[in-house]
Design a protein around this ligand. Structure first.
Ligand code: PHE
Length: 526
C-alpha cells in the first residue's frame, strides 16, 4: 500500500497539540449551546445523562479518534478517507471517510456566519455603542437578516463583509500551516479566551443585585436558575425522558468535536510515540472545565440577572445575542464587558472553525496530489457557495438550521458509529489496544476496549433510533408527523440547503474516487 506523505508537518510540542484540540473543542457549544440545553431540563438529571454520555461515548470515541489519527499519520495519511483506507487495508475503505471531510466542511459553512455575528457585536461594543434592551431583539433580527432573504439585508447590515473577513482570516491561518497557523493561533487564543471568561465570570458573580427594583434578580438566584435541581420528582421524570438523553449525548459530541473526523486529522500530526492517552484526556478535561465550570456560570446566570424568571430558554442564540445585551446596557462600563463577551465568543469560534477546514485541505492535498494553495482554493470555492446559501436564504435562519440539522446532528451519529466499528472491529482488538497504549504513561483500563467494541456502538444505535423516531415519526395527539421530511418536501429554502448538501456529497465522492485511483497507481509503481 502506498506510503502517503511521510514528511507531513508535525505539531511543535505536546502542549501545542493539546491547545489545538482544545481550541477545536471549546467553541460556541460551550458558552451558548450547553447552558441553553442544560437549563431546559432538570439540571441534576441532565448532568447525570451528560456525564454518562461523556464516559461511555465521548471519551472512548475521542481516544479512538486520536489512535486512528496517529495510526494513519505515521503511515503518511492525515484525512479520514486516507486513514480509513490504511486501517481497512482496502482501497474502497476510503469511502468510509467521506463523512469525515463532509461534516466539518459543511458545519464550517454556517459556523463562520455565527462567528461573523460575534465579530460584528464585539466591534460594535468596542466602538462604544451599547445595544439597549428595547432594541436588542430588533437589532439581532436585522443584523442577521432573519426578517427575509437576500444578500444585503436591506442594505443596513455589514454582515456580508464581516463574513468575508472571517473567511479570509480562517483560510489564511490554515494556509500558514499546522505550526505557524493553527497551533500558534490556538496557543494564544485558548489561554486568552479562558482568561476572558474568568474575568467575565468574576464580574457576573460580584454583581449582587444589579437592579434594586427587582431584589429577586440577584446572583444567588441567578446561579440557582442554572444549577438548582427541580426536586426528586422532576429528577426522575427527566431521567425517564429519552429526549433529554438525546440532547445530552448530542451536546457531548458537539462540544468535544468528536464524531466529526476533526480529531482524526489533528492527531495525525503527532509523532509515532506521542502519549495520545494523556493528550486526549487532557483536551477532554480542558473542554469540560470550559463548558461546565465557565460556560455554566456565565451565559444563563447573566441573562437571569437582567430578566429574572422571564429568561428565555430554548434558543441559545436568543440568550447570547438578545438577553445578554440587556444586562450589558445596565452595567457601568457595559460596552467594555459586552465587547469582552463577544470577543470571547469570537475567539472560541475561530479556533473551532480552523479545525473544520483542515480535514478537507488535508484530503485534497493527499488525495488529489495538489499543493496546499490549490487545496485551499478548492475548499474556498466549495465553502463560499455553501456560506452564500446560508447568508442569502437568511429568513428565519432556515438554511442555517437545515444544514445544522442534517449534517451537525444526523450525520455525526452515523460517522461516530462508523468510527467505533472501524476502530473496534476492523482495526481489531489487538491492534487497537497496542495502538492506544504505545507511549502512554497512564494505564488504560482494558474495559475501554470492551466499551468501544460493544457498548458505544449499541448505545449509539439505540440513541440514533430513538432520535429518528422522535424527529421523524412523532406519534403525538395529532397523528403521524413526518416533521423534517414534510418540511423538506414543502419548503423551497429547505430543499435548496438539503440539495446543496447532496451536491457536496457527490463532489466529495468523485474526489475520493480520483484519490483511490491515484493511490492504486502509486502502489503499482512501488
Ligand atoms: N466543538 C465546537 C464547539 O463547541 C464545535 C465544532 C464542531 C468544532 C465540529 C469542530 C467540529 O463549538
Amino acid at each position: 500500500m502506498s506510503h502517503g506523505n511521510l514528511n507531513r508537518e508535525l505539531w511543535s510540542s505536546r502542549i501545542g497539540v493539546i491547545f489545538a484540540v482544545m481550541g477545536s473543542a471549546v467553541g460556541l457549544g460551550n458558552f451558548l449551546r450547553f447552558p441553553g440545553q442544560a437549563a431546559q431540563h432538570d439540571i441534576a438529571a441532565f448532568m447525570v445523562a451528560y456525564f454518562i454520555s461523556l464516559l461511555i461515548m465521548g471519551l472512548p470515541l475521542a481516544l479512538a479518534e486520536w489512535a486512528m489519527g496517529r495510526y494513519g499519520g505515521v503511515r503518511g495519511f492525515c484525512s479520514a478517507p486516507g486513514v480509513f483506507r490504511v486501517i481497512t487495508g482496502r482501497p474502497g475503505g476510503a469511502y468510509l471517510g467521506l463523512l469525515g471531510v463532509l461534516i466539518p466542511m459543511v458545519i464550517f459553512q454556517y459556523y463562520v456566519v455565527i462567528e461573523a455575528w460575534c465579530l460584528g457585536y464585539a466591534l460594535r461594543y468596542f466602538s462604544g455603542q451599547v445595544i439597549t434592551s428595547d432594541i436588542a431583539k430588533d437589532h439581532f433580527v436585522k443584523f442577521t437578516g432573519q426578517a427575509g432573504d437576500g444578500l444585503l439585508f436591506g442594505g443596513g447590515s455589514p454582515l456580508l463583509w464581516l463574513v468575508v473577513a472571517c473567511f479570509v482570516l480562517n483560510l489564511g491561518l490554515v494556509y500558514f500551516g499546522i505550526r505557524r497557523g493553527i497551533e500558534l493561533t490556538c496557543k494564544v487564543g485558548v489561554p486568552l479566551l479562558m482568561l476572558l471568561s474568568i474575568v467575565l465570570v468574576v464580574r457576573i458573580l460580584t454583581l449582587g443585585t444589579p437592579n434594586p427594583e427587582f431584589p429577586e434578580r440577584n446572583v444567588m438566584n441567578a446561579l440557582g436558575r442554572m444549577w438548582n435541581p427541580g426536586g426528586t420528582e422532576a429528577f426522575w421524570n427527566s431521567l425517564m425522558n429519552p429526549g433529554m438523553w438525546l440532547s445530552a449525548a448530542g451536546q457531548i459530541f458537539f462540544s468535544l468535536s468528536v464524531g466529526f473526523g476533526v480529531v482524526i486529522t489533528y492527531a495525525s500530526y503527532v509523532r509515532h510515540n506521542e502519549d495520545i492517552v494523556l493528550s486526549g484526556t487532557t483536551a477532554v478535561a480542558g473542554n469540560e472545565f470550559c463548558e461546565v465550570a465557565l460556560g455554566g456560570m456565565l451565559t444563563l446566570p447573566a441573562a437571569f440577572l437582567f430578566l429574572g424568571a422571564a429568561v428565555p430558554l430554548g434558543s441559545a442564540m436568543g440568550l447570547g445575542f438578545v438577553a445578554l445585551p440587556g444586562l450589558f446596557a445596565m452595567l457601568p462600563m457595559g460596552h467594555i464587558f459586552g465587547g469582552l463577551f463577544f470577543l470571547l465568543l469570537f475567539l472560541a469560534a475561530l479556533t473551532s472553525s480552523l479545525s473544520m477546514i483542515q480535514p478537507a485541505v488535508a484530503f485534497f492535498e493527499e488525495g488529489l496530489g495538489v499543493s496546499r494553495k490549490v487545496a485551499i482554493v478548492l475548499v474556498c470555492a466549495i465553502c463560499s457557495a455553501g456560506t452564500g446559501i446560508v447568508i442569502y436564504f437568511s429568513g428565519d435562519l432556515k438554511a442555517l438550521d437545515t444544514m445544522d440539522f442534517w449534517v451537525g446532528t444526523f450525520c455525526i451519529f452515523l460517522l461516530a458509529l462508523i468510527q467505533t466499528i472501524v476502530f473496534g472491529w476492523v482495526l481489531g482488538s489487538k491492534r487497537a489496544w497496542k495502538e492506544l497504549r504505545r507511549g502512554a504513561a497512564l494505564k488504560v483500563p482494558r474495559v475501554l476496549l470492551f466499551v468501544l467494541k460493544f457498548i458505544t456502538p449499541l448505545v449509539l444505535i439505540a440513541v440514533f433510533l430513538l432520535w429518528v423516531h422522535q424527529e421523524f415519526f412523532n406519534f403525538g395527539t395529532e397523528g403521524l408527523h413526518l416533521g423534517r421530511l414534510t418540511q423538506l418536501a414543502n419548503d423551497r429554502t429547505v430543499q435548496i440547503a438539503f440539495g446543496w448538501i447532496i451536491l457536496v456529497v457527490c463532489i466529495l465522492a468523485l474526489c475520493i474516487h480520483l484519490a483511490v485511483e491515484r493511490w492504486k497507481q502509486e502502489d503499482r509503481r512501488k
